[in-house]
Design a protein around this ligand. Structure first.
Ligand SMILES: [Zn+2]
Length: 87
């Protein structure tokens, strides 16, 4: 049974569940700082469910960025989410 509309799925860094790419926020960690993906290098995804749970994602972020400042990561993430909703 072939699906007519195949949606590419990506895995959420935090919960490891697969989700359609459009439901995920694509991010990257560069020089220990989180930013939205700019098309170059390594990236990772976070799903909308995880984005609501700071404690859950901070562990994933710390792992992905290999440490850093938790508050800084969270503030940056909130900024990215806000910008994302504006556009
Ligand atoms: Zn998730």
């Amino acid at each position: 049974m072939a699906k007519k509309f195949h949606q590419p799925t990506r895995m959420c860094l935090s919960c490891r569940e697969r989700n359609e790419q459009q439901n995920l926020l694509r991010l990257q960690c560069k020089d220990g700082e989180i930013s939205s993906f700019n098309g170059v290098g390594r990236s990772f995804y976070l799903c909308q469910d995880c984005l609501k749970e700071d404690k859950k994602i901070i562990r994933a972020l710390m792992r992905e960025c290999r440490g850093g400042d938790k508050d800084k990561h969270m503030n940056k993430l909130k900024e990215i989410i806000t910008d994302d909703r504006k556009s």
